[in-house]
Each structure stands twice: as structure tokens, then as C-alpha cells.
Design a binder for this molecule. Structure first.
Ligand code: NCD
Length: 326
């Protein structure tokens, strides 16, 4: 459940008693299983509405500030699309070098400023803890869209929603995470979030230098979720229900030569997938570089493009929730 109430200003018509009204979304640690069921229920309704009518006016008159200090295609545009499909408006700031950040303005001052104009702020920033810092400075709800190698909670929510919509269940699943588990923030959020479900088994497959961080392994162990680390996919692929592929995060490497050595360690191609189940899915937060061959895209198990669309519905649900309309 959300912890901190924000927003001293309660505009007329908002459901001020809604549990997520005015709350920040900073980490998946905030979400219990009933919270997740609720979010996915709202996201599913958003999906039905978009399919039936395209757009509607639930957030008419509301403004989202989309503040991106790191590159983004899907996260930034899906938040913008989500806000606009709900009838709201967006202040997009993705070229921070053209904002006052280039004049040396601090993150707290920038979000305090945007909080004067917008009702909710989505932020992506290269430093771990930046979203929490922004939340301290601003009375409006802050949504973490990636804080360095820390977390990416809305991505994990859409990853789990994808699994639910595609496989029809969230319990009794073997989930294999592949690639850059050290620097990939999406797997940090996803591993934590999956501990909310029953009968989950986690496999981590990565080059030795890109293994899942110890603190996350310890957190997952505390929740009694079985997990194991591997250097090859062969042994775990046949039992896998969800293969979560990630990009090696070039921008986080200090030494480019090390990146070159590990960048193509794993490539998912049709031959590799012959030993996988017929009913399973391959997902990826995207962008992909080489880690999934385009030759696999036509396979029905390739769910990564459908996953992007599920992201729209989850982000619509989250915006409606923190703005007191869901
Ligand atoms: C991810 C991210 O930014 O962490 N992208 C995304 O939001 N869909 C994954 C990545 O960049 O590799």
C-alpha cells in the first residue's frame, strides 16, 4: 500500500479517499498482491475502453510533466499517450539541455517548478534515488520512470500485466531473466515484484560480470522464492514459462572494452527456442540491440511488441489512480 499522502490541494471532483490519490510511485516495494490485482483490473478496463472508444475524458484538465534526463522512446511516449487518451495534457521535457537544468538548476528546484504547473510528474534520471529525492521536494505525485541502475517500477508492473494477459495466470511460473542483470533496472524491479505471487521460480542467466546484485538476491530469498544463477540458458529454457531478455546496458560500463566482450553473450534465435515450451512467452523491456534475432519476431511466443501496448494501459491506470480518478 502507498505510504505517504501528498497534495495539500484537493481539486473539486477528485476522489480524495481513493487509496492511491496523491501518492508517489517510486519502487515496486510499495505494492502488495491486492494492490497489484487492483492495478491490473483498472489496466484491463483501460484496455477495453481504448479498444472500444480510443480516448475518454477521465483526466480532462489535468497536466502531466514528463521529465526525462535519459533517453527514452517507449516510457516517455506511452506516458504521453496515456495522459492524452485520458483527456489530459502533457508538458514534455526530454531535452533537459534546453531547460534550466543546462543553467545548473538542481533536481529539487526543477521538480518544485514543474509541481507549480502540473498535477503529476514522471521522471527518469541517471542516479539511483533521484525519484525519491524529487518526491521529497515536490508536493505533487512523482512517478519513477527509471532511476539509474535502481528501479523501473512502472516497467515491472507492465511486465507482470503482460504475463497475466498472455498466459492467463501469475502463479506457478518459472521466469528466466537473461542478459545484463547487474545494470538492468527493469530486472531489479521485476524480481522483487514477482515475489508477491505463489509458486514462482526465478532463474538468472548472465555473463559472470553481469550477475544479479546480491541485495536483490537476498531480498528475494527472504520471501522464500526459489532462485538460481546460471551461465548458460540450455538447462533452464525447457522449463521456462517467461523468458525475460534484456539489453547489455552499454551506457553503464566504465570500460567500453568490457562491454564489447559481453555484449553478444546471448542471442535468442529460432534455433535456440526449439527446446522451449510451445506455450510460453519471450518478453523484453526494449530497446533490443542484438539479443533477440529479428528472425524470431514472427514466432507467436514473441510477446515483446504486444508488451509495449500493455504498457499504455498500465500507465493509464497509474495516472488515473494517483490523480484520484480510479
Ligand atoms: C528500459 C530502461 O530504460 O531501463 N527501457 C524501457 O524503459 N523500456 C530497458 C533498457 O533501456 O534496456
Amino acid at each position: 500500500m502507498p505510504t505517504k499522502a501528498k497534495s495539500p490541494h484537493l481539486p473539486f471532483g477528485d476522489q480524495q479517499t481513493a487509496p492511491w490519490y496523491g501518492k508517489d510511485i517510486l519502487s515496486v516495494k510499495q505494492f502488495s498482491r491486492p494492490d497489484l490485482e487492483y492495478i491490473f483490473g483498472v489496466a484491463h478496463e483501460m484496455r477495453n475502453m481504448v479498444e472500444r472508444v480510443g480516448a475518454f475524458d477521465l483526466l480532462k484538465g489535468k497536466i502531466l510533466a514528463n521529465l526525462f534526463y535519459e533517453p527514452s522512446t517507449r516510457t516517455s511516449s506511452s506516458f504521453m499517450a496515456a495522459m492524452q487518451r485520458l483527456g489530459g495534457a502533457v508538458i514534455p521535457i526530454s531535452e533537459v539541455r534546453y531547460s534550466s537544468v543546462a543553467k545548473g538548476e538542481s533536481l529539487p528546484d526543477t521538480v518544485r517548478t514543474l509541481g507549480c504547473y502540473a498535477d503529476v510528474i514522471v521522471i527518469r534520471h541517471p542516479e539511483v534515488g533521484s525519484a525519491a529525492q524529487a518526491a521529497e521536494a515536490c508536493s505533487k505525485p512523482i512517478i519513477n520512470a527509471g532511476d539509474g541502475v535502481g528501479e523501473h517500477p512502472t516497467q515491472a508492473l507492465l511486465d507482470v500485466f503482460t504475463i497475466r494477459e498472455e498466459l492467463g495466470r501469475l502463479d506457478n511460473l518459472t521466469v528466466t531473466m537473461l542478459g545484463d542483470l547487474k545494470y538492468g533496472r527493469t530486472v531489479h524491479s521485476l524480481a522483487r515484484l514477482l515475489t508477491r505471487f505463489d509458486g514462482i521460480t526465478l532463474n538468472y542467466v548472465s555473463p559472470d560480470i553481469l550477475r544479479m546484485p546480491r541485495d536483490i538476491i537476498d531480498e528475494v530469498a527472504e520471501m522464500k522464492v526459489p532462485q538460481s544463477e546460471h551461465s548458460s540458458l540450455d538447462k533452464v529454457l525447457p522449463q521456462t514459462d517467461v523468458l525475460y531478455v534484456t539489453r547489455v546496458q552499454r551506457e553503464r560500463f566504465e570500460d567500453p572494452a568490457v562491454y564489447e566482450r559481453v555484449k553478444d553473450a546471448f542471442v535468442i534465435a529460432p534455433e535456440v527456442m526449439k527446446s522451449a515450451k510451445e506455450r510460453m512467452i519471450v518478453i523484453h523491456p526494449l530497446p533490443r540491440v542484438n539479443e533477440i534475432s529479428m528472425a524470431f519476431d514472427a514466432d507467436p511466443r514473441a510477446a515483446y511488441f504486444r508488451q509495449m501496448e500493455y504498457g499504455l494501459y498500465v500507465r493509464m491506470a497509474l495516472l488515473a489512480m494517483v490523480l484520484g480518478k480510479a
